[in-house]
Design a protein around this ligand. Structure first.
Ligand code: BG6
Length: 509
């Protein structure tokens, strides 16, 4: 991120990107289309190669062919590219190599090493390798250990970077154990823990918006802000991921990672620079300042839900318990709402309410900041009972933008206030470019900028906050699920959470 800010982006230096999980969904849907986008923007290294490792029988050519369809779909669905850029795609396929290999077998890494040396001598990639773990999380630790044992993780004047996807751990203990296992082999500066929300331009913009515009800082605190609502609402269900989701649930899947990134960007102090460690230290500090409750306390601060059948965009959809690979008695939550308290000078007493759920009425990720109201004395004797509160909305997706809601006098002789909205839309100013969200992240890894990646302490701080909730739920009798209909605003218990404080959620729809 810092390089992008200072100058026009330059092509990264020579390197090979090794993708473990070459045939997986993530590779096909997001990583390769992002590489294609980088190619169309001339942002891939001049000396570059991609090596895919997976179990299936494929050749360099058939691997490339298997990825083309998805990339084409991505280009067409964006509706932005006039046509598929064959030259850019050709540039990618011409540097693709495939290696069939079992991740648990040390021979795979020896063969990989030989292949990489060959590529270095042919393509001038200079021994710089980026290992992308687009694989199931149980392989993260073992693959890193194999890379260490084969010598592939040793830097010696060239760089070796390891990209770890989420989920990073299943709870605090496993996240710590995974950090330890990885950091036994490589140093923290070699590890890039991905949270794809940080690849979203609108998430990155929260920081710019707050710190590049002098007018917000003096109102961005407990003196002027009443509370904050962070919403990550999805219309999709668990789709084909029932098996994964049955062990994960909404809390683990979304909160310590994506939702906390949104919270950190909104609540952190200004770093002194855009240097990776300066930014990550501030984010860590604010997550650390969230109150860690004891399990019993969480009953009044955390609620959960699970979707029943219903309708999304007029189409009937099944309930969670009827989804493939889901138990008909499942006690897994597909919705969670929390009240978080940040106990520092800026935020003490300002609740951050966060909610995320699947199969809600609309897809919307948004941060809504409610300012304190103004005193009513002036309006006595008018039709205005109490001026409506001001809201600032940071819309992350879709319809990316920033809105400010305030009151204005309705024209006419009677003193009346109307609610108005000032709306900035990204698309109006900057156009929209088809992006998967991984472009910046991949570019940053290649250029060695870790600003947008989670450090070990960031990850652990997030888990520390949610751990008591996980413990409490695990110790309780099964919840009365399902408790919200697909296509709605979520369960009633989420409304009760705010009602207890005399507040209400903003409508999602
Ligand atoms: C993923 C979660 O990390 O993020 C998914 O595992 C979720 O369950 C997804 O649907 C949401 O990301 P986005 O970019 O679609 O909002």
């Amino acid at each position: 991120m810092s390089d992008n800010l200072a100058t026009q982006p330059k092509r990264p230096g020579p390197c090979v990107m090794v993708i473990f999980g070459a045939g997986g969904d993530l590779t096909r849907r997001l990583v390769v289309p992002a590489l294609y986008n980088l190619a169309t923007s001339q942002l891939l290294p001049d000396h570059f190669a991609i090596v895919g490792v997976d179990l299936a029988d494929k050749t360099d050519e058939t691997w490339g062919e298997s990825l083309e369809e998805m990339t084409l779909q991505f280009v067409n669905s964006s509706g932005q590219h006039s046509s598929f850029d064959q030259q850019a795609w050709g540039r990618i396929t011409s540097c693709m190599r495939y290696l069939k290999g079992d991740l648990n077998n040390p021979e795979t890494y020896d063969t990989l090493k030989g292949k990489l040396q060959e590529i270095d001598s042919q393509a001038g990639t200079q021994g710089n390798y980026l290992f992308y773990l687009a694989i199931a999380d149980r392989f993260f630790g073992p693959v890193v250990e194999h890379l260490g044992q084969s010598g592939l993780a040793t830097q010696d004047g060239r760089w070796r970077r390891i990209v770890v996807e989420k989920p990073f751990g299943h709870d605090l203990q496993s996240a710590k154990a995974l950090n330890k296992q990885i950091l036994n082999v490589v140093s923290e500066s070699q590890v890039y823990r991905i949270d794809h929300f940080l690849g979203k331009e609108t998430v990155q913009n929260i920081m710019m918006f707050r710190f590049a515009n002098g007018m917000f800082e003096h109102v961005w605190n407990r003196d002027r802000i009443d509370h904050v609502q962070i919403t990550a609402a999805e219309t999709v269900g668990v789709e084909k991921r029932g098996r994964f989701y049955e062990h994960t649930g909404a809390l683990r899947d979304m909160v310590p990672n994506h939702v906390f990134q949104l919270l950190a960007m909104t609540a952190m102090e200004a770093p002194n620079s855009f240097r990776a460690d300066a930014v990550r230290a501030e984010k860590e500090k604010v997550i650390e300042a969230i109150r860690v409750c004891c399990p019993e306390e969480t009953d009044s601060l955390a609620v959960r839900g699970q979707y029943a059948a219903g309708e999304i965009e007029g189409e009937p959809v099944p309930g969670y318990r009827q989804e493939p690979d889901v138990s008909p008695q499942s006690n897994i939550e597909t919705y969670v709402a929390l009240k978080l308290l940040i106990e520092n000078w800026r935020w003490a007493g300002v609740p951050f309410y966060v909610r995320t759920g699947k199969r809600l009425g609309v897809r919307k990720t948004q941060i809504a900041i409610r300012f304190k109201g103004s005193p009513a004395a002036l309006f006595r004797g008018t039709q205005v009972r109490e001026p409506a509160p001001n809201w600032m909305l940071l819309r992350i997706q879709p319809d990316e933008g920033i809105a400010l809601e305030f009151g204005a006098k309705v024209p006419g002789p009677v003193m009346k206030l109307g609610d108005v909205r000032m709306d900035f839309k990204y698309a109006d100013y900057f156009g929209t470019a088809p992006r998967t969200g991984y472009e910046t992240l991949l570019y940053d890894i290649m250029t060695g900028d870790a600003t947008l990646f989670q450090r070990a302490d960031n990850v652990e701080a997030g888990w520390r906050v949610v751990q008591p909730i996980l413990d409490r739920w695990a110790a309780q009798a099964p919840a009365a699920f399902p408790n919200y209909k697909s296509g709605t605003e979520g369960p009633k218990c989420a409304d009760d959470l705010l009602a207890r404080d005399g507040r209400e959620w903003r409508a999602i729809q």
